[in-house]
Design a protein around this ligand. Structure first.
Ligand code: GLY
Ligand code: MN
Ligand code: MN
Length: 447
């Protein structure tokens, strides 16, 4: 955990931004896989972690905005629990670690919430993304429909978006281990291997320092499928393997790195040419990162490099700037350039993607490709984000666009025939925005 003062400062900032009323931050419960005592690995809620750092199930935080006083709600364990789980720190001891003034039982919380609800008092809670917390809140507040607090959502986004130096150090420590994971794949991938052989080892590396994987691993010969979590293929000579994986530290700070390797160690000429364009798009994006510039512009700068490179290869045609304006490059680059990262790999997206990544000045587009850009707003010092351009050949998408004659002035459809089995290449690194530009987080990971 960070110091008690860190958590106190964060709660004070959030409470003063909200202004008045009672804030409730819901912690997570253990979640059963098939019966009560066989659970998925426990993952605490990130907002709860941000406000108190306590990594235990079954707890809730109440913050009184006017007095700033915080209460930790939960139950101390009984002798029955101790028999099975060993002794556990008492609520009071946990509260002390996080600078929390008071502890109380869950029944106290229940009566406080139902009292506040009956009084129509100012009560702030976040949108629950787990069914159990949603049901609990509805029951405690005795309501059919929940009304999460926009003030609290914005107060948290406006605090969590600016990373502290100690948070950057956590992310960098996740990246040290992530380098080991990616270099393991680089050094060990061979024709004839199952994807799952690599997946098993890199998962073990992620867990080896007390943390875990930060999100579902993508490690596949079919990198053209963007969120591909299947690891059952045998890798063959001539194929590419795309690995998008990172770990989270024991304090749950994430990394998010993608590398693409040739299975037999050598890129074909066709693969090399596409790899070069992705690399150039990555470099152009990183050079463009700066406070005061919108990430939407950085995405478009990177897209223009992709459209220009694909035109030089004869896969696109016409004016590249016009092609990007019309969204033609999105046939090959259908996702966004990146997203915020921190305690969540897609940081704070439980609070609302558009509230995190967009604002009054920059609204999300509904154009194919650009609509998947999760972060568009103007960058500020302290933001941590990913830069992850890619080029993919998705046969079904190519066929659909070609059948429709979509954007045919910009795409050389017949030239795509020899790329149908190409799969995809993505390169992803993590950066912090500084006063003058940006800084790569963590060590260099080989490309
Ligand atoms: N790992 C998912 C992503 O890159 O956004
Ligand atoms: Mn990723
Ligand atoms: Mn990412």
């Amino acid at each position: 955990m960070f110091s008690a003062q860190t958590y106190k400062n964060r709660r004070d900032q959030i409470a003063s931004k909200v202004g008045k009323g009672f804030i409730l931050i819901t912690g997570n419960e253990d979640s059963p896989k098939n019966y009560h005592d066989n659970t998925y690995p426990f993952r605490q809620d990130s907002n709860f972690l941000y406000c108190c750092g306590i990594n235990k199930p079954g707890l809730f935080l109440g913050i009184d905005c006017e007095s700033g006083k915080t209460i930790l709600y939960g139950e101390d364990i009984t002798i029955d629990h101790i028999v099975w789980m060993g002794d556990q720190p008492k609520l009071g001891a946990l509260a002390d670690l996080a600078g929390i003034e008071e502890v109380a039982s869950l029944s106290d919380l229940e009566s406080r919430l139902s009292h506040l609800s009956r009084q129509n008092a100012s009560l702030h809670y976040l949108p629950p993304y787990r069914a159990l917390n949603r049901e609990k809140l509805k029951e405690w507040l005795d309501v059919e429909t929940l009304t999460p607090s926009k003030n609290l959502i914005m107060a948290i986004i406006n605090t969590r978006s600016y990373k502290e130096a100690q948070e950057l150090a956590e992310i960098e420590s996740a990246l040290v281990l992530t380098k080991e994971m990616h270099h393991y794949v680089r050094d060990n991938v061979r024709p004839g291997m199952l994807e799952s052989e690599l997946y098993g080892v890199i998962s073990g590396i992620a867990k080896s320092k007390g943390g875990d994987l930060a999100y579902g691993v993508i490690l596949t010969k079919d990198g053209q499928t963007l969120h591909n979590h299947y690891h059952g293929n045998t890798l063959e000579s001539g194929q590419l393997v795309l690995g998008d994986f990172g770990c989270e530290t024991p304090m749950n700070y994430a990394s998010d790195i993608t590398r693409t390797w040739p299975v037999d160690g050598v890129l074909t000429a066709q693969q090399k040419a596409i790899y070069q364009i992705v690399g150039d798009a990555h470099t152009a994006a990183v050079e463009a990162l700066a406070p005061g510039r919108s990430f939407r512009d950085v995405h478009l700068i990177s897209s223009l490099v992709i459209a220009t490179g694909l035109k030089e290869l004869g896969l696109m045609k016409g004016d590249p700037a016009e092609a990007v304006k019309e969204g033609a490059h999105a046939l090959f680059f259908p996702h966004g350039l990146g997203h915020m990262m921190g305690l969540d790999v897609h940081d704070m997206e439980d609070l609302g993607e558009d509230l995190v990544g967009y604002d009054e000045k920059i609204k999300r587009s509904d154009q194919f490709g650009l609509k998947s850009l999760r972060l568009g707003r103007v960058l500020e010092p302290g933001f941590v984000l990913t830069v992850e351009p890619g080029i993919y050949f998705i046969p079904q998408l190519i066929d659909q666009w070609q059948a429709e004659g979509k954007l045919k002035d910009f795409i050389n459809y017949p030239a795509l025939n020899s790329y149908r089995k190409f799969s995809g290449i993505r390169l992803e690194d993590n950066y912090v925005i500084t006063e003058s530009g940006s800084k790569l987080l963590g060590p260099e990971i080989d490309k």
